[in-house]
Design a protein around this ligand. Structure first.
Ligand SMILES: *Cc1c(COP(=O)(O)O)cnc(C)c1O
Length: 717
């Protein structure tokens, strides 16, 4: 389970690979095959193991991506975290640094260079590199966009290469060798935050921001190709003898990209404990090298070439085991902390959002669309109470590229959370907000002629869809062009990219309703022809909401369908007939807790006005949800029912603002602390949102969208 707002964590693949990656880093520093075969050792430690650090950087970039969305605050959080770790690591290694005589030849300048570029102890350079790289990527992305940033980071990497594996080549040209002379007076290597880190951090960010384009098999093939190239390149570099250090290869980015894609495609929940463990292995392994050597020396097991019993492999295994053991307490600590944080008792009232049901519904509804027509997920009103950011993220992961909201604030909220693609505001926005609309790249519905003028006059060019009134008489321009529809199209600061209408009768299949709907759709087509004939376009046309989509096969030429309620797997009322039975799954379950149980004798009464007054002995349970949470007060006095331990219990007396009473006389096994299901499944029984809404005298759309802020949204896989 995940707390609401957080992006659903399914990066188990990335997490798992961190352990072998960390062990590869240990290999770089121990040379496990040195005594076996220098050729094999070169292959493992000097070539393959070079994947480890770029991999870690790309993973950091992957998680930095959501920070980049949040702006400076996100960047600062990332940097603070890394710097804290850096600081702790330095403290851990201070004694070793002192013993190695680090502080003897040290000047303020060399100390500064070490802290920023080289790392004061040999593997610690990673941390300042991650921070420096992140700042560079962040600033570049803001100024140059993705392509520009990729170009600059690629260039930096090339400069780094010429100072690393291909250093020998830079000696050929005098200005070049002077340039590198200058660089190396500032730092020891180019594998630092300036040249190595930005490219891989950026790759991580881009991976997060763009869905995969190829199939798993194709990424596999790319990875194999990349690895072969890496081997060949390693061979070439060895032949050239050009390396000053061999951390950077041309083929590395070509390996990291498909590797990350493959690992991301593994749908496993994240393991924060493994993340912590791999970091601990990285930080602590040099300490373990020292400890293993010290121990072996004391026992007389250290051979002359410095290996345990003369075997580099044994030596490596000892160091790797020691590192893993040293990391274990940190992993356990993290595991325990995670468990405490995600334990549900803190949740008084919760709406569980079923991620796979939502994905299923998206798939089902998409199947109904003709080619060229896409889903525009309607996530207004906090996604009908489901949590807008949460819902939009799951939609985005399932290929949805367009969203509709009702207000400006809803649109901005989604953008801040990193939602990409089209976001259309269906409702009225103050026309003087054109600058805000443009800044957040929101598309505004134009609700009528006067509104069009006001929006146009407010100064900033805005992307708009024109609402067409085809008979509902709510919002929009008259379909026949009578009230200056074409004038609006010609306004300079309105960039008209779409035309839409809303159907008033699409819920019903009664002959009259069908006639009305056909008439509305016909009028909409005419309005579209009118605008297109006048030379405006191309236009994205859309008309169908949930019932429109289920009752009227979408026509070709439509760019979107705009389902809301159907996306959430319910219809407005129980047992409704629709043209295409949709096979949808309800996404939301509403649950609360029993806070207290009282036994009542005849003559006792419970709740406001003593409205629950049983005539025989009864048990009444106080449940932690009330009408301020969106559970309708109209369900009082037995009109509503809930599920406890798989059995139905009626609402007792009047529903309060924060609590309600249920009659649990028929459920003697009910206990304080039990979970109460108000919408959803409990064991064999189900309470549908349709049933609850009907009992409350309303429709699911209202019931769900009124679920309050105090209800915690929880994503379940
Ligand atoms: C709310 C809304 C929708 C979605 O309606 P559902 O019936 O929930 O599918 C579509 N279009 C417009 C204009 C809306 O206001």
């Amino acid at each position: 389970m995940n707390a609401s707002g957080k992006s659903p964590a399914q990066y188990g693949g990335l997490d798992l690979f961190r352990i072998p990656a960390a062990l590869l880093v240990v290999a770089v520093h121990t040379g496990p095959l040195l005594t076996v075969s220098s050729q094999a050792n070169y292959l493992i430690t000097d070539i393959l193991a070079r994947l480890a650090v770029p991999f870690f950087l790309a993973v950091s970039g992957f998680f930095l991506a959501s920070g980049v969305q949040k702006g400076w605050r996100g960047l600062r959080r990332f940097c603070c975290k890394v710097l804290l770790l850096y600081g702790i690591s330095i403290l851990v290694y201070l004694p070793l640094m002192a013993r190695n005589g680090y502080f003897r030849g040290c000047t303020p300048l060399s100390l500064a260079a070490d802290l920023v570029f080289n790392g004061p102890f040999y593997h610690l350079w990673y941390f300042p590199a991650a921070v420096l790289g992140a700042v560079i990527v962040f600033l570049l992305l803001r100024r140059l966009g993705e392509r520009g940033t990729l170009a600059v980071c690629g260039l930096l990497y090339l400069v780094g290469l010429l100072g690393d594996s291909y250093y020998g080549l830079s000696a050929v040209l005098a200005p070049l060798s002077a340039f590198y002379g200058l660089l190396f007076s500032c730092f020891d290597y180019t594998r630092n935050g300036l040249f190595l880190a930005p490219l891989f951090l950026l790759l991580g960010v881009l991976l997060r921001e763009h869905p995969p384009r190829l199939a798993g098999r194709q990424y596999c093939a790319l990875l194999c190709g990349g690895l072969a190239l890496l081997m060949a390149e390693g061979e070439l570099v060895a032949q050239l003898g050009s390396a000053r250090h061999d951390s950077m290869y041309l083929a590395l980015p070509l390996c990291i990209w498909p590797l990350m894609r493959l690992l991301c495609s593994v749908k496993l929940n994240s393991f924060s404990a493994i993340r912590t463990a791999s970091t601990a292995v990285y930080v602590l392994h040099p300490l373990c090298i020292v400890a293993v050597r010290g121990g072996a020396k004391a026992l007389g097991l250290l051979s002359q070439d410095g290996f345990l019993l003369g075997s580099s492999l044994l030596h490596y295994l000892a160091v790797a085991t020691a590192s893993l053991l040293a990391a274990l307490p940190f992993a356990l600590w993290r595991q325990r902390r995670g468990r405490v944080q995600s334990s549900p008792p803190a949740l008084r009232a919760r709406a569980e959002i079923d991620r796979s049901a939502l994905a299923h519904n998206i798939g089902r509804l998409t199947k109904l669309l003709p080619s060229g027509c896409e889903l525009m997920a309607v996530v207004k009103a906090n996604a009908y109470g489901h949590g807008d950011v949460l819902t939009a993220r799951v939609c985005m992961e399932n290929g949805v590229k367009a969203f509709a909201v009702a207000t400006l604030a809803e649109g901005i909220r989604l953008r801040r959370a990193g939602i990409k693609g089209e976001i259309l505001i269906l409702g009225w926005t103050p026309p003087e907000q054109s600058r805000t609309l443009a800044r957040w790249r929101l598309t505004q519905a134009v609700v009528g002629p006067a509104y069009a003028r006001a929006l146009n006059d407010s100064g900033c060019r805005v992307k708009v869809h024109l609402a067409i009134d085809t008979g509902m008489h709510r919002l929009g321009f008259s379909w026949d062009g009578g009230d200056s529809l074409l004038t609006a199209c010609g306004l300079k600061r309105l960039r008209v990219t779409g035309l839409f209408t809303h159907l008033a009768f699409s819920e019903s299949l009664a002959p009259d309703a069908v006639r009305h709907t056909q008439e509305q759709l016909g009028r909409f087509r005419q309005a579209a022809e009118l605008v297109t004939a006048a030379g405006y376009g191309p236009l994205a046309l859309h008309a169908l909401s949930s019932y429109g989509l289920l009752n009227y096969p979408p026509q070709s030429g439509m760019a979107y369908a705009r389902p809301g309620i159907a996306l959430y797997g319910v219809l407005s009322r129980p047992d409704e007939q629709v043209g295409t039975p949709p096979d949808l799954r309800p996404v939301l379950s509403l649950r609360a807790k029993i806070a207290r149980i009282h036994a009542l004798s005849p003559g006792d009464c419970a709740g406001y006005d003593g409205a629950f007054a049983p005539s025989s002995p009864a048990r009444v349970a106080a449940v932690t949800i009330g009408y301020a949470d969106g559970y309708p007060r109209s369900l009082s006095n037995g009109r509503g029912r809930v599920l406890i331990r798989g059995k139905f219990a009626p609402v007792a007396g009047l529903i309060c603002m924060d609590q309600l009473l249920v009659d649990v006389t028929g459920i003697p096994e009910a206990r304080e602390g039990d979970t109460v299901t108000l919408i959803g499944r409990d064991g064999e029984q189900v309470l549908t949102a349709e049933e609850v809404a009907q009992a409350a005298g309303t429709i699911t759309n209202e019931l769900l969208s009124r679920l309050g802020e105090r209800v915690t949204r929880v994503l379940i896989p």
